[in-house]
Design a protein around this ligand. Sequence first.
Ligand code: SF4
Length: 277
Amino acid sequence: MKVILIEPRGFCRGVQRALDKLDAALKSGQKIYALNEIVHNKTIIADYLKKGVVFVRDIQNVPPQSRIVFSAHGVPPEIYRQAQARDLKIIDAVCPLVKKVHREVLEFTKKNIPIIYIGHKNHEEVSGVYGEAPQNITIVENLDDIPRLPRGQRRYAVLTQTTLSAEDTQKIIAELKKSFSLIEPAQKDICYATSARQAAVRQTAPQVDAVIVIGSRNSSNSVRLKETAEAAGARAYLVDSYKELPPEIKQYKTIGLTSGASAPEYLVQECYAFCLA
Ligand code: SF4
């Protein structure tokens, strides 16, 4: 079997920055709480649980004056207010590229321009961005949502979740443009790490029998990598580690191997060794 290690892959700067902040906080020796998963990766969360990090879904479960880390995906402003009310010490690990989208929401809202925000409703990043101005944002998840948009409004600013499929998002924007006049930020919201990893998979997929994506199923950018490989014609597998691969994997002659932006490289190397064994 031949295995092509697809590049770029693995940790983006936002994830690395979030993990560095959590590591630095742990060195203080104090108890550290984290609101939601610091990054969406099962292995990383298991490691930090062993190191004593307490993950919570509700900030009300954090004792007053404790230290709390906000994850790379961001939180709505209401959560900052609740943290202040509880006198929590915030360690802000929100990715700067997610914060950029929060700022765009505030800028367009200040100018009274309604926003169409393309993203997945149940994702933490989307809840955080939406929370900046719920009265001014309409979330669009897919093409089916477009006919449901109010027709009275002709002009929208369009923002997106950072980890979407570049191709699917372009299709949605093209469809929106048929009915609405759109203002798009000069710098697009899908981040460089997401676009570059998808482009590399798109390029490699036609040369291989299958693509393995190391990443967790709740990791948006990892799921998009699997979909990108499939759209390019390859069989694709999204697994946390090589141990989840089906036996059929050994039948392929050529495999492309990549990982989501929150998957540690050692899991890729383990999978590489397994495929070649
Ligand atoms: S995937 Fe992009 S937006 Fe998300 S943490 Fe990484 S760099 Fe930031």
